[in-house]
Design a protein around this ligand. Structure first.
Ligand code: PEP
Ligand code: MG
Length: 302
């Protein structure tokens, strides 16, 4: 990293015209968490739990999940931690969950859709997350939410997980925030119907772009269409920010676009004030934010 990127590592990132932009990190391993802390991340904006869970050949017990998560969180300092419930399915099938023959797995039973169909496994995920988050500013996030009913069902299961742990006398984080990824176009376009039901939003530009442009995210032949700065994506994000700001709902971007300085500039121009980036990009993104003026970005300049 450039020396200038390192200098202000632990300082907040504030634009030239005085707008603070929160910079969090995306983590999946303890090494990522250590790098996030070393690079000055203000917290974790996305902990992808499925990578810990997919390393098991059997369905991991609550205890095994708890230990895997506690190991990942251990290197972190203070600051919010957004732990995503497993985003299993599509490109990330778990060997211990019944395989589903699907013609279009990216349009299939993945993320919260799968979790709600596996309530016992989901309940164990939620209990393990609550336990591992003890003593932390824990935010729990649901992937692939499409309709508000999914949030309501998940919240009921989260409350049951809390009651179950309380009855057993097991210490755990409570109360916690419950939020959602915005990565399905229908959820983004109908965000008003979610705002009273979630505590925060995080935009997954990888999937949101894939679904808005109808171009599979991993298809190398379509790489030109995997563009989170396409006007359609930026328009949806701008409208979402306005709707969320009006009610004071926290919005972040945790897709890969946030780690790309040129794309991040457009996101901030669209109204985003929180970015969750690759751990090794935290310093560089903070340094770039300090060079920007939100007034210029919002007007379409750099
Ligand atoms: C996204 O879709 O942008 C995202 C952050 O989630 P994932 O890449 O894990 O699907
Ligand atoms: Mg996603």
């Amino acid at each position: 990293a450039r020396a200038a990127d390192r200098a202000g590592a632990d300082q907040p990132a504030v634009t030239r015209d005085g707008v603070a932009v929160e910079v969090l990190a995306n983590v999946a391993t303890a090494a990522d968490a250590a790098a996030a802390k070393a690079n000055g991340a203000e917290g974790v904006g996305l902990l992808r739990t499925e990578f810990a869970y997919l390393s098991f050949s059997h369905s991991p017990s609550e205890e095994e999940q708890y230990r895997a998560l506690a190991d990942i969180l251990a290197p972190l300092g203070a600051g919010p931690v957004v732990v995503r419930t497993p985003d299993i399915g599509a490109d990330k099938p778990a060997p211990y969950l019944p395989p589903r023959p699907e013609q279009n797995p990216f349009l299939g039973v993945r993320g919260v859709r799968l979790s709600l169909r596996e309530p016992d496994f989901f309940a164990s995920n939620l209990r393990a997350i609550l336990r591992a988050g003890l003593g932390r500013d824990l935010w729990i996030m649901l992937p692939m939410v499409t309709v508000p009913d999914e949030v309501e069902q998940a919240r009921a299961l989260l409350e049951q997980a809390h009651e179950h742990l309380s009855d057993q006398g097991v210490s755990h984080a409570w109360p916690v925030c419950l939020g959602m990824m915005v990565e399905v176009p229908a959820a983004a376009l109908c965000i008003q119907s979610f705002l009273g039901k979630v505590d925060f939003l995080s935009i997954g530009t990888n999937d949101l772009t894939q679904y808005l442009l109808a171009a599979e995210r991993g298809n190398a032949e379509l790489s030109e269409l995997q563009d989170a700065t396409h006007p359609a994506v930026l328009r949806v994000i701008g409208d979402l920010c306005a709707a969320a700001d009006a009610v004071g709902c926290h919005v972040s971007v945790c897709g890969d676009a946030a780690s790309n300085p040129a794309a991040a500039a457009l996101l901030v121009g669209a109204g985003i004030r929180s970015l969750s980036v690759r751990p090794n990009q935290v310093g560089a993104i903070k340094a770039r934010i300090r060079e920007w003026s939100v007034r210029d970005l919002a007007a379409g300049g750099a």
